[in-house]
Write a protein that binds this ligand. Sequence first.
Ligand code: MG
Length: 270
Amino acid sequence: MVGHRTLLEVIADWTDLGPRIAAAVGLPVAAGARLRAPIPRPARNLFAVGKNYHDHIQEFARSGYDAPDRADDVPKVPIVFSKVPSAVTGPGDDIEAHPTVTGELDYEAELAVIIGRGGRGIAREDAMAHVWGYTIINDVTARELQRDHQQWLLGKSLDTFAPMGPWAVTAQEAGDPRELTVSSTVNGEARQHASVADLIFDIPELIATISAGITLQPGDIIATGTPAGVGIGFTPPRFLTPGDVVECSITGLGTLRNTVRTPRTARNPA
Ligand code: MG
């Protein structure tokens, strides 16, 4: 009944399809099936939020990677930036190391909100009714590009810099997002661990802020920010290198696992 529709098409048709899917018997993932990102090619840029956990603001300030005049500040309003849709890659896919572009590759485990019903001027108190569900995004970042270009788009949007998955969970299934825990590991070593309840600007605030003047559309994605424990939080920084395995997990949403690799191309001969 759902056919071969994409998740974007399913979300756009959710009023009709939601109850039918809920009534259907759950289908196990076939053995050997390869999961792709829940929304492999978003219709437009992903919204993302910077400096949205207190302890991450502190590590970012200590790292020297933020502009000195604003390093210690807790933002008074959300810092919203974007990642281009072509950066999305799936669970199990490789994160390209891009050695000719960056030597400062970093990870950021984040809860990502998937918008269901669109709208403009969405009030805080109505915002959660516009959430279709959730997934995990690793907001992979080239730190020197983020710093040197001042605007974050380049450093956040290199090909494969938005691993997403391993699947999407409806808001109903996920329950109260404030009860979810975000964590990450690199090569099995714990790096990040925080409660979504610790977000400085919560999900209703982010939806109200973005939708104030931009009409949110079904399938829009908002990566809500990352907690402390990223590579630049260490002294010296612990950047990702080829072979590193990054796992981003959220309670109830699974684990997004990706390996950093340098593809063998003409530009990067083995
Ligand atoms: Mg981030």
